[in-house]
Design a binder for this molecule. Structure first.
Ligand code: SF4
Length: 348
């Protein structure tokens, strides 16, 4: 059922102070309210606020821009896949991974996605809409509250192409980096893009120097286009060129994501094309195992990803095999959501 109340977390500092003043309370209350919201507290738990303020707030507002819908925990990898519901009844997906006691959250930036990558469930129903910065923030707050850990890293690798929702993504990142909010360091944030050239250039111009990861998946354009239709609009050489401009301005090393699809992008020709593309740059490759029938899977010793890794090793290419974090997180991209909303008329 659609929620009509505004999410308090979506107000900026000035707006929040204004609302509190209008209710007859001093603006210093804004800081207290903000701290509670960031902890994921309900109005009833905001015990240092006067009772009448808590009551009035709950009549007019919801705390967050999302509500908790469903979650699934995978013991083996300590990964939780979360489904959250927006005020207009869209189900979105986030993933939380606890590693060494620290929580990494994989955030969705759009509901659905228009980009059509062939290995991705998020794009099956197309783009529903962009998510607001408050909806991205609410994913972090809820994931942290539910898992009982503070967020230490975030990856923008959930549903959606973050650079197609640039303004909200930037607003979200600048907000969570603030010392008086979540204080997440810029080095603990990774943005993954399928290669939206103007978006990468905007990050460079704006000095948004988070870790940048390019979903490459093949350095041969005629093969890449079969996996990623974006290749037609922004060929990989142009996307990589934009990444290199970002690299020069930021000093940050670029990561190339590479799902190894057996029989498609794991040939000698593909390895050689990757070597040529990366030559003279200090970028690195994240190899992710992918199987046409099963989708993403955990790596085994004789997988196509291992064989491709051996080819890269011979060519002197720097790579990492994503055995845990990457594969777990990517495995969730849109898959749980699409299973959950199937046959439910009340959800989008
Ligand atoms: S991989 Fe990313 S860009 Fe491609 S369809 Fe999925 S969500 Fe969109």
């Amino acid at each position: 059922m659609a929620e009509n109340r505004t999410a308090l977390v979506s107000l900026n500092d000035g707006e929040l102070e204004g609302v509190l003043r209008q209710m007859g309370h001093s603006s210093f209350r804004a800081k207290q309210v903000r701290q509670w919201l960031l902890k994921g507290a309900a109005f009833s738990e905001m015990t240092n606020l006067p009772l009448n303020l808590r009551e009035e707030l709950s009549e007019r507002f919801t705390e967050l821009a999302l509500s908790r819908e469903y979650e699934m925990h995978e013991e083996e990898t300590d990964t939780t896949k979360f489904l959250f519901r927006t005020a207009d009844d869209i189900i979105i997906e986030s993933v939380g991974l606890i590693y060494d006691g620290r929580l990494t959250v994989c955030v969705s930036t759009q509901a659905g996605c228009a980009m059509g990558c062939s290995f991705c469930s998020s794009t099956v129903g197309g783009l529903i809409r962009n998510l607001s910065s408050a909806e991205m923030l609410s994913q972090l707050i809820l994931a942290s509250r539910i898992s009982g850990h503070e967020v230490s890293n975030i990856v923008l690798m959930g549903s959606g192409e973050p650079l197609n929702n640039y303004d909200s993504v930037k607003e979200f990142l600048l907000y969570i980096m603030r010392k008086d909010t979540l204080g997440i360091g810029i080095r603990h944030i990774t943005l993954s893009t399928c290669g939206i050239v103007p978006g990468i250039d905007r990050m460079t111009e704006d000095g948004l120097f988070v870790n940048l990861s390019l979903s490459l998946h093949c350095a041969v354009g005629s093969i890449r286009v079969r996996l990623m239709p974006v290749e037609r609009k922004y060929p990989l050489e142009e996307a990589f060129g934009a990444c290199m401009r970002f690299r020069k301005a930021s000093g940050r090393r670029i990561t190339l994501e590479y799902c190894v699809v057996e029989g498609l992008n794991d040939t000698d020709e593909c390895a050689e094309a990757l070597r040529r593309l990366m030559k003279g740059t200090d970028s690195e490759v994240n190899l992710i195992d992918y199987n046409k029938k099963e989708g993403y899977r955990k790596l085994n010793s004789r997988s196509a990803a291992d064989r491709f890794a051996a080819k890269l090793r011979k060519l002197g290419i720097d790579y990492t095999l994503r055995r845990r974090l990457g594969s777990s997180i990517n495995a969730a991209c849109g898959q749980l959501r699409s299973t959950y909303v199937k046959d439910r008329q009340d959800l989008k």
